[in-house]
Design a protein around this ligand. Structure first.
Ligand code: UTP
Length: 292
């Protein structure tokens, strides 16, 4: 048994990034020269995923268009000697089977994942939130391995300073974190006050879930913000156990808001093999600018 399907919920309204997201889905906002969604796909493929289920909204047809053939552009690139870019264009979506399902209204992340039930089938699957970019596939690979070994769902974890926990979902661990960064979880608490937080370990936007989560999702009642919350379905699974977290000190960017997106673009651009050196010079010039 291995995890080979990943669900990417992409049907949200992207209100924190308006007005840009009025016509461009936030999943397609560029991170240097690729859409954020492509980085998520690369991460999934790197962890062994070969089937993507994208949960889309009928109002965001450009997400589907990103995977369409582009013969005119490719012919032009080849005719002008840009074979490398022609090959990159051809490779979009080639290493994976991409399925689309539709969420008729943005009723919450739990509901969005539930829309993927038939496309996923009766097997464990990953969920990647496309507005969180990780530096590599390592966390997701480790999470898939823990799911297969334990037979239970797994969430990605990050340690944050205690005063920041109130912005996140926080886990209540059972015992210590082992040498591989794995910890058993008793419960999850959404946005606790600092004094009530059971730990400083927050849930980041990566999940590997056993298919019984779909039954818990089907039973969901509107939670925080009137939405059907994935966390509420995970709490049902955690109460039954086994349910684990995998802790990594990953580079993680929240590209769903303007400052997080800017941080991702600047930091990744500085490391970029092609643009990094030029961009560093430009950035230093900007930083040296007389503030008046
Ligand atoms: P977010 O809450 O970050 O996205 O959900 P949002 O709702 O689009 O953004 P804001 O808060 O209004 O700015 C995390 C992911 O889950 C998807 C979103 O598209 C995003 O990628 N999502 C969220 C759905 O697919 N459906 C929903 O009902 C809610």
């Amino acid at each position: 048994m291995r995890v080979h399907t990943a669900v990417i919920p992409a049907a949200g309204l992207g209100t924190r990034f308006l007005p840009a997201t009025k016509s461009v889905p936030k999943e397609l906002l560029p991170v240097i020269d690729v859409p954020a969604l492509q980085l998520i796909i690369d991460e999934a493929v790197g962890a062994g995923i070969d089937h993507l289920v994208i949960v889309n909204s009928r109002n965001k047809p450009s997400i589907e268009a990103y995977f369409a053939d582009a013969p005119e552009v490719i012919d032009k690139l080849e005719a002008s000697g840009r074979a490398e870019m022609a090959e990159r264009m051809r490779a979009i979506g080639r290493d994976v089977q991409v399925s689309f399902v539709y969420q008729h209204a943005a009723l919450g992340l739990g509901h969005a994942v539930g829309c993927a039930r038939d496309a996923v089938g009766d097997e464990p699957f990953a969920v990647l939130l496309p507005d969180e970019i990780m530096g590599s596939s390592e966390l997701l690979s480790a999470m898939c391995a823990v799911c297969v070994a334990t037979g239970g769902s797994v969430v990605g974890l990050k340690r944050v300073p205690m005063q920041e926990v109130s912005a996140y979902g926080v886990i209540d661990p059972i015992g210590e974190i082992d040498a591989d960064g794995v910890v058993a979880i008793r419960d999850l608490v959404e946005k606790p006050a600092v004094t009530d937080a059971p730990s400083d370990l927050i849930i980041i936007g990566r999940y590997v879930l056993t298919p019984d989560v779909f039954e818990a999702i089907a039973e969901l009642k509107p939670g925080a913000g009137g939405e059907l919350q994935l966390t509420d379905a995970l709490r049902v699974q955690a109460a039954r156990g086994p349910f684990h977290g995998v802790l990594r000190d990953v580079r993680r960017y929240d590209t769903g808001n303007p400052v997080g997106w800017l941080s991702a673009v600047v930091e990744l651009a500085l490391d970029h093999p092609r643009y990094g050196a030029d961009f560093r010079v430009e950035l230093e010039r900007v930083l040296d600018r007389d503030p008046s």
